[in-house]
Design a protein around this ligand. Structure first.
Ligand code: GUN
Ligand code: ZN
Length: 466
């Protein structure tokens, strides 16, 4: 049965770069989103212009609510579901050692892992995160619980067990031998990675190779992962890790990585540009299905290489504030041409909601010094929260906006559930000019949104039950 969802619709149409998001912004004040029996967008436009072929569809009237594409979180940590309490760790490396490795080790208990999978998935639904790249637990039973629960609820997921083959004592429960790491990752791919058949309704679940970061794996682990990826790349398997996050002089992750691998570029460690005892060789882990979290302190050459290979960045400003990691230079990163999506980095970040990440991105980038300071356009904020995430997951052809033929992933926002939001979107638009009023409403919506106001979540046209 076809359905017409009626409400105030915002989306970014087509396939623009972030710099053109403004021109691609669509707002339909009394809009209709028509979803066919396969969960695919059949039409989107003014309700009053509904084509006759859709007139007999059942109408779900969400007015005065808003209908937006589902949020895409391209970096969030499943084993940090309960790590929002991680006070006392200092910046990245100390925080990992003192807070995070002990917290993630609790997932060694299967009951705890299963409980966390339910809680993690509930939080995703509350936050309207219809698709996510999820940094996984080291423990296969916890990963199974995550995939099973995600499948049961009907959300999209890319995830892989966090690989660690070295680290400080507090990481011991998370560390395996190199052989075991490769074996467990290959087994996870066999069990959970769905090939993209192109058929609607299939392939919600995918697997990623997830070396935690370069300091958590040995150089020979990288070589073995490269060999594994040689076989798995063509199956659409993903790669996910952290890059250039913390550069505190002397003790930061960036300097420590360069010293450890004897490289001038952190990205080289993921790009097969070294072998133990040599500077060349190895398989690159970069490509259109690779997402680098953070990428705050990149050199121009690193940004150019990511753009060239189609590798995306998951920008995580909430976490970068929380851990004192600095500000990713927005204009410079955009100018490099690399695709920038958003990640909550929950654990490192203290928010689950992608629009809260867009909120911090706005505040961080307007505060950058001199000419670098920029006021992000609300269309850019919506773009990085939705379509850019689908692009980072290499699934822009399937979801991320309401173009005809896309799978219908969307959220419904009822502003009356959050008074500050309601005030802003109902009484906020001051401009006489329609385009300016549209921009003001979208800005208010993204800046003021909280979980309470997200009342329905749909993936492939199916409503996700509470
Ligand atoms: N780098 C390596 N591991 C982590 C992690 O768990 N969180 C963040 N923010 N950075 C990391
Ligand atoms: Zn992270």
């Amino acid at each position: 049965m076809k359905h017409v969802y009626r409400g105030q619709i915002f989306h970014i149409s087509g396939s623009p770069k972030v710099t053109a998001a403004h021109e691609a912004l669509v707002f339909v004040e009394d809009g209709a989103l028509v979803v066919d029996e396969n969960g695919v967008v059949a039409w989107c436009g003014e309700f009053s212009q509904l084509p006759t072929e859709h007139e007999h569809s059942s109408v779900v009237d969400y007015r005065p609510g808003f209908i937006l594409p589902g949020f895409v979180d391209t970096h969030i940590h499943f084993p940090q579901t309960y790590a929002g309490d991680s006070y006392g760790g200092g910046q990245l490396l100390e925080w990992l050692e003192r807070c995070i490795f002990p917290s993630e080790s609790k997932f060694g208990d299967p009951d705890f892992g299963s409980m966390a999978a339910v809680e993690f998935t509930n939080q995703r639904v509350r936050a309207g995160t219809t698709a996510a790249m999820v940094f996984g637990s080291a423990f296969p039973h916890a990963q199974d619980a995550l995939f099973e629960e995600t499948k049961r609820r009907g959300l999209r997921l890319v995830s892989g067990r966090g690989i660690q083959t070295r680290g400080p004592g507090s990481a011991d429960p998370l560390i395996t031998s190199e052989e075991k790491a490769i074996e467990l990752t290959a087994a996870e791919v066999d069990k959970w990675h769905a090939a993209d058949t192109g058929d609607v309704g299939t392939a919600l679940l995918h697997v990623a190779l997830v070396p935690r970061f370069s300091l958590s794996v040995t150089p020979t682990t990288f070589v073995a992962l490269g060999e594994l990826y040689k076989d798995l790349r063509s199956k659409g398997v993903y790669v996910h890790t952290h890059l250039n996050e913390n550069n505190r002089p002397g003790t930061g992750e960036v300097d420590a990585t360069k010293a450890d691998y004897q490289v001038n570029s952190y990205l080289d460690t993921y790009d097969g540009k070294f072998l133990p005892g040599s500077k060349v060789g190895g398989e690159s882990l970069l490509g259109p299905r690779t997402i680098m979290a953070h990428s705050v302190h990149c050199q121009d050459g690193e940004l150019a290489r990511m753009a060239e290979t189609g590798t995306s960045i998951s920008h995580c400003p909430v976490s970068q504030l929380f851990l004192g990691s600095g500000t990713m230079p927005w204009l410079r990163t955009v100018a490099s041409g690399v695709n920038i999506s958003l990640g909550t980095d929950h654990g490192g970040g203290d928010e689950w909601l992608i629009s809260r990440v867009a909120n911090d991105a706005f505040k961080q980038h307007i505060t950058e010094p001199g000419d670098a300071g920029v006021s992000m356009h609300p269309a850019e904020m919506l773009f990085v929260s939705t379509l850019a995430g689908a692009r980072a997951l290499d699934q822009e052809n399937r979801f991320g906006n309401f173009d005809t033929g896309k799978e219908a992933d969307f959220i419904v926002i009822d502003p009356e559930q959050w008074p500050a939001l309601n005030n802003a979107v109902t009484h906020g638009a001051r401009a006489d000019d329609a385009d300016m009023a549209r921009d003001q409403i979208l800005f208010a919506l993204l800046m003021q949104l909280r979980e309470d106001a997200i009342t329905s979540v749909y993936v492939q046209g199916r409503k996700i039950e509470d």
